[in-house]
Design a protein around this ligand. Structure first.
Ligand code: LMR
Length: 334
């Protein structure tokens, strides 16, 4: 086996196949993600592919693997570090297992009133600082991509905080999200996105939180009787690449890729809201789930019930980070 591997490496060297890709062979970027193509992230990834291939005049080929077809949540991050895949866009809530807790600040309930505020934070100094944290893990953060605000779904009506008691919820791998459901006396359970539909269908969990576009494209509304429009939290993504792969690219490839990423980001973030609005309209049209709207008082009761999460999160990600986030968010609304 070993002899074979060595022989293969020598043969590859002789053929000039080793090391950074030569001008003749296209550089392959495998971009793996877990959602459907017809979502904010799915469409932005396709746009990046289109622009990257165009701007590099065929020197780069981007292979997009949607819907967890290549890797599931946890595996994709390991695969990126190993170099088996070059690009991902995991949600902010999925960096904890990698040893980077700070992105969980985006998970704090009601921390973002709207997407304008979000943009101010991600494009400001805090956004840049958070991306830098990835370097130590052999990862380069390239951009922030939007999805949108989360809703709560279950097979029972969720109106007051008391309704959440004892309900089993699937969550992403974020401790802040765990604390959020604990604050509601619910039972959070970490699970890969690809497994959610089946877990809801078979009753492994009773409910989940997600954006309209994810709920609709994964058909969760077909196995959830109720969806409560809470907009209590946000799902967005960090587009990441394997750092060594990125650093080793010659400038005449990396520069056009950077331009493609910038434009794909603008494209994706400009239409994420519409994707979610359209998905909501489709869910309503299907008549499969009842959509519950909360009154201002009911919303306030939910916000109050989740307030302890901030204290809990301070112990995990630090109060200074939360304060900095709040400060930048506040400056956006002024
Ligand atoms: C989830 O796991 O619920 C989401 O993060 C999936 C995604 O990438 O939008």
């Amino acid at each position: 086996m070993r002899t074979f591997a060595i022989a293969a490496s020598i043969a590859a060297l002789a053929l000039g196949l080793a090391g950074p890709a030569s001008a003749q062979s296209p550089v392959i970027i495998k971009f793996s993600h877990v959602v459907a193509t017809d979502t904010p992230k799915g469409k932005a990834a396709e746009k990046f592919k289109e622009l990257a291939e165009k701007y590099t005049a065929g020197k780069v080929k981007v292979e997009v693997y949607p819907n967890s077809t290549l890797y599931k949540d946890k595996e994709e991050l390991e695969a990126l570090q190993l170099g088996s895949v070059q690009m991902l866009a995991p949600s902010n809530s999925k960096f904890g297992p990698l040893g980077i807790r700070e992105f969980e600040v985006f998970d704090l309930p009601y921390i973002l009133p709207d997407l304008k505020t979000l943009r101010k934070v991600t494009e400001g100094p805090l956004g840049t600082k958070l991306l830098k944290l990835l370097d130590a893990k052999g990862i380069t953060g390239l951009a922030y991509w939007d999805n949108g605000f989360k809703q709560m779904s279950a097979n029972k009506k969720l109106v007051t905080p008391a309704d959440y008691q004892g309900v089993k919820f699937r969550i992403q791998s974020s401790r802040v999200l765990q604390a959020q459901f604990k604050a509601l006396s619910a039972l959070p359970q970490v699970m890969a996105f690809s497994e959610v539909y089946q877990a809801l269908q078979t009753g492994v969990v009773d409910g989940q939180e997600n954006t309209w576009s994810n709920i609709y494209t994964q058909k969760m509304h077909e196995v959830q009787k109720y969806i409560t429009e809470t907009n209590h939290g946000y799902i967005g993504y960090v587009v990441i690449v394997n750092k060594k792969f990125w650093d080793d690219l010659p400038a005449d490839i990396r520069d056009p890729l950077t331009k493609a990423m910038k434009e794909a980001t603008e494209f994706g973030n400009a239409q994420s809201q519409k994707e979610n609005d359209d998905a909501l309209a489709e869910i309503k049209k299907s008549g499969k789930s009842e959509i519950i709207k909360l009154t201002a008082e009911q919303n306030e009761a939910m916000r109050k019930a989740m307030e302890p999460v901030y204290k809990d999160a301070a112990g995990r990600i630090g109060q200074p980070l939360i304060d900095e986030f709040l400060k930048e968010a506040k400056s956006a609304t002024n």
